[in-house]
Design a protein around this ligand. Structure first.
Ligand code: GAP
Length: 505
């Protein structure tokens, strides 16, 4: 199955089983806004809990907060979002489709990269074991040409974006003969800047009303509270403040399901450090965050780093952790060295000192900040698309299984009485009552056992416990593992240990 079909299947699976629904679907939905259903809410909560545990519970020097979505409007002036949180947009005059100019160029670069990969694969086949890919890249004229081309496009794009040279950005699109990915036309409008913040009014009377924004990132709620937390929590630098919450962006190109939404959730952590040590911490958090992703047991080649060419207005270094989505490698998480930009800006706009007194150095300073920022919905999509598997079984039948990491699976155990009689449902309910305190369990007695297994496979339940007549005699059940489909007869007392071990692994 090609990746496009796979992605379509993931989307319809998400809807069919109650993971994700289009928002207000009875009114034909709202573009780039989605609701999470009964299983989606569980998966999302589990991702949040896993992140919170590793960032807050496992770090003595990181604490969590929950700040409001609405903030004083000056916050966004200070942070630079009012003036600089723009995307360069361009319209195609024929298809009437709107694009981000930088995304069109980046997609064009991805196509050139694919050509390099193709050349390398061909050469690898030709030269066999003695093939040295790095040497080939340096010496093969065609590959070198592609690499030079990418570098010159990237440099030109960076200059245009840094200097706001929208005319040359359009010229770059024309020079590279970039066509509308849908319509194929090269009939482009000029490039314009578009601010991504949503605004509304606070107060009901227009006269006294104030324009306020729906926060486009959770980070500013951390910055404005940093001294409150530092003082009340007696935090010593280096320390972190974490937060999970909604963010809103009026995205120009909102596509690819929940990858780019207008209302989404972020899991962010700001790490406050001594000025001059930020690059060390930046490197540290890059590695730590990659380790977190890998700890979920997802294949290593699903992730890669991408260092930014275009730095956000607040950063002096930035990298993405990219994930191999069905539509290619795309940003999942950002790690940014934000310098003292935000705190200094808030000092200036609020007139309040935001300095930290360092008892070791015996002096005051504004800390530097290293940020880790991951989109919860993107993490959800990464897990769902990675886990979604259509399998051909030995007996010729097929199954769809979500091979979710057990920690993240909505339900951990399904409790299935073999028959709906002879006291089996009662015994099954008794077992369920024991496990329910610690694990999300689902009871199911409808249909043949094979169909019930398939239903649990499709929602990613790692274990199915079947209660049969032997259970009534010797207090044993069969436990079936989702991925291997292996079944084992164990005593009821062993269930807790088996499930616990799996969730720890
Ligand atoms: N505080 C820094 C910040 O907001 P960002 O790179 O703009 O940085 C961080 O966003 C993460 O938030 C991204 O890596 C992505 O996972 C997620 N994200 C950003 N925009 C999103 C959108 N429109 N829909 C879903 N997730 C989004």
């Amino acid at each position: 199955m090609n990746q496009e079909d796979l992605f379509k299947n993931v989307i319809s699976h998400a809807k069919e089983y109650g993971f994700v629904f289009p928002s207000s679907e009875i009114y034909d939905g709202l573009s780039a806004v989605y609701d999470y259903g009964q299983l989606g809410a569980e998966l999302k909560n589990n991702i949040k809990a896993y992140w919170w545990k590793s960032m807050v519970q496992m770090h003595e020097n990181i604490v969590g907060i929950d700040s409001a979505i609405f903030m004083h409007p000056t916050t966004w002036k200070a942070s630079g979002h009012v003036d600089a949180f723009n995307d360069p947009l361009i319209d195609n005059k024929d298809s009437k489709k709107r694009y981000r100019a930088d995304v069109l160029i980046e997609d064009h670069i991805t196509k050139i990269e694919a050509k390099i990969d193709k050349e390398i694969k061909k050469a690898e086949k030709r030269f066999g074991d003695s093939f040295d890919a790095d040497m080939y890249k340096e010496t093969n004229p065609r590959v070198k040409g592609y690499i030079d081309k990418i570098s010159s496009i990237e440099k030109r794009m960076k200059r245009c974006l840094d200097e706001g040279d929208l005319e040359d950005l359009k010229q770059l699109i024309l020079d590279e003969e970039i066509a509308d990915p849908i319509g194929g036309s090269r009939n482009w409008t000029d490039v314009r800047q578009f601010n991504l913040m949503f605004s509304t009014e606070m107060g009901s009377v227009a006269e006294g009303s104030n324009k306020i924004y729906l926060r486009p990132e959770t980070a500013q709620g951390i910055f404005v509270n940093y001294l409150n937390v530092q003082k009340t929590g007696r935090m010593k630098i280096p320390f972190g403040i974490a937060q999970i919450g909604k963010a809103f962006r009026n995205e120009i190109v909102a596509r690819q399901f929940i990858f780019r939404m207008r209302e989404f959730e972020q899991m962010e952590m700001q790490f406050f450090v001594k000025p001059g040590t930020e690059m060390e911490w930046y490197a540290y958090w890059k590695e730590e965050r990659m380790k977190w992703h890998r700890s979920l047991g997802i294949s290593e080649d699903s992730y890669r780093f991408h260092d930014h060419i275009k730095l956000a207005h607040y950063a002096n270094a930035a990298a993405d952790i990219e994930f191999k989505f069905p539509f290619g490698f795309k940003e999942l998480e950002g790690i940014h060295s934000r310098t003292d930009f935000d705190l200094k800006q808030h000092e200036e706009h609020s007139g309040k000192k935001l300095q930290y007194f360092d008892p070791e150095e015996n002096k005051n300073y504004v800390p530097y900040v290293v940020e880790t920022s991951i989109g919860l919905d993107r993490m959800f999509l990464a897990m769902l698309s990675y886990a979604y598997t259509e399998e051909q079984l030995e007996d010729g039948s097929e199954r769809t299984v979500l091979k979710l990491p057990a920690k993240l699976a909505p339900y951990k155990v399904a409790i299935l009485p073999l028959l709906k009689k002879d006291g089996l449902p009662e015994k099954a309910r008794e077992i369920m009552a024991q496990l329910q305190e610690d694990y999300m369990c689902q009871y199911d007695e409808k249909d043949a056992i094979g169909r019930r297994y398939r239903r649990q496979d499709a929602i990613g339940t790692p274990f199915a416990v079947t209660v049969d007549h032997q259970t009534l005699e010797d207090q044993t059940v069969t436990i079936r593992e989702r991925d291997s489909m292996q079944q084992e007869r164990v005593s009821i007392d062993q269930l807790d240990g088996i499930i616990r071990a799996k969730l720890k692994s």
